[in-house]
Design a protein around this ligand. Structure first.
Ligand code: PLP
Length: 398
């Protein structure tokens, strides 16, 4: 049987129309399929491959760690140097109140851990999240997800969750002493890139401090240089109580984390002991890869190139079909009038060797979130292909 048929039959499917190309190799910003066709990767595994596919330093770190040991024991019992060194490296790049890192396998698990931590630290159960926010697909993360369509089929979900409009000053007063935490993406991604006002995030911070609610920032998609600073919150002069990391954290390997203060994390130690358990979270190979990846990111000038690269996209992505281009560094959304146009453009782009995608809550927006290593010529080339595909779709639909 052809590999595609086996894929469709034996790999559980969640989409009626998966992209379904077989990739055999990735390097930098390029992917190759089984027929040798080349693709410029404009989505980088959905904000995972910030330093490109298979960075040599990351591949070396993986090999070196694989030669030493793989899984040893459940989380937190044995000293595993890749985990320890990575936690310290992350802590040294964060403010004083974010010094303790709990490693998970994925972003959603980091969200779950953070929700539990907020309950334990505050002794409260109610939570606030935001419309059009995505935090993962597990039941806790789904409970705080900001879109009814995606949640409804899986009820009952967690009680005590209120969802308000993102970037709305009117909701600030809703944060009171019953609230365990307010969880927000520092920049909303799946809404098609929604950048909040600095003053709004600052007002959230002030009200959380006033009421004792913990402020949680989800930077699973926006972190690791994607928006033009190592952490997106740096651009807003606001520091959360808990920071959520994932995606690029593992530099291509599965890894998530919730980060908070040493004192807050201590609450997971007792009553009950082992307040959060994971078998594989913080896997030594993932941590070795992530540490190598973070070192590449902060020791190179990559992050400082992000804004200029976004400007290049803006320069080259001019087309009558594109009604808006929103950019938070290299987290970008090109908006079309209708979802149908966007979907056709995506399919056409893939046929022409540019891999792009849409957004969960904005199917009329084209996702552009390439590895931060993308070169000027790759940007020019990719934009030219997108414009050609827009022409073709426009002509066909007229
Ligand atoms: N939070 C945000 C902002 C995300 O974009 C995602 C995944 O897309 C998650 C959480 C969940 O991460 P994961 O898919 O690793 O569970």
């Amino acid at each position: 049987m052809h590999l595609r048929q086996i894929f469709l039959q034996h790999v559980a499917q969640t989409s009626p129309a998966p992209i379904g190309i077989e990739i055999v190799k990735g390097e930098g910003c390029t992917l190759w399929d089984a027929d040798g066709k080349e693709y410029i990767d404009l989505i980088g595994g959905i904000s995972v491959c910030n330093i490109g596919h298979r960075h040599p330093e990351v591949v070396n770190a993986i090999k070196e760690q694989a030669d030493k040991y793989l899984h040893l024991l459940v989380y937190g019992e044995i000293i595993q140097s890749p985990q320890v060194r990575y936690a310290k490296r992350i802590a040294d790049l964060l403010p004083e109140n974010l010094r303790s890192v709990y490693f998970t396998n994925s972003g959603a698990e980091a969200v779950e851990g953070a929700m539990k931590l907020a309950k334990r630290v505050t002794g409260r159960t109610q939570m606030i999240s935001f419309k059009n926010s995505y935090h993962g697909s597990t039941q806790g993360a789904l409970s705080i997800m900001g879109d009814e369509y995606w949640r409804n089929a899986f009820r009952p979900l967690l009680p005590g969750i209120s969802r308000y409009r993102y970037n709305d000053f009117g909701m600030i007063e809703e944060i009171n002493t019953d609230i365990a935490c307010v969880i927000a993406e520092t920049v909303q991604a799946e809404q098609g890139v929604n950048i909040p006002d600095k003053e709004w995030l600052q007002a959230l911070r002030a009200r959380c401090s006033e009421t004792g609610a913990l402020l949680i920032f989800d930077e699973i998609q926006a972190g690791f240089g994607r928006t033009g600073s190592l952490w997106a919150f740096e651009q807003f002069d606001v520091v959360p109580d808990i920071l959520l990391l994932g995606k690029a954290l593992g530099a291509g390997m599965p890894l998530g984390a919730f980060v908070s203060s040493f004192e807050k994390m201590q609450s997971l130690i007792s009553n009950p002991v082992l307040g959060h358990i994971t078998t594989f979270g913080g896997h030594p190979v993932s941590c070795a890869a992530g540490l190598a990846g973070l070192n590449v990111l902060v020791e190179s000038d990559l992050i400082s190139t992000v804004k200029a690269k976004a400007e290049l996209f803006r320069k080259y992505l001019q087309h009558p079909s594109i009604v808006a281009l929103r950019t938070a560094g290299l987290l970008m959304a090109a908006e079309f009038q209708k979802a149908k146009i966007c979907q056709e453009v995506i399919s056409e782009c893939i046929r022409h060797g540019v891999l792009t995608d849409w957004f969960l809550f904005a199917p009329h927006c084209l996702r552009i979130a390439p590895p931060l290593t993308i070169s000027s010529s790759e940007i020019e080339n990719a934009c030219q292909i997108i414009r050609t595909c827009c022409d073709k779709v426009q002509n066909e639909l007229n």
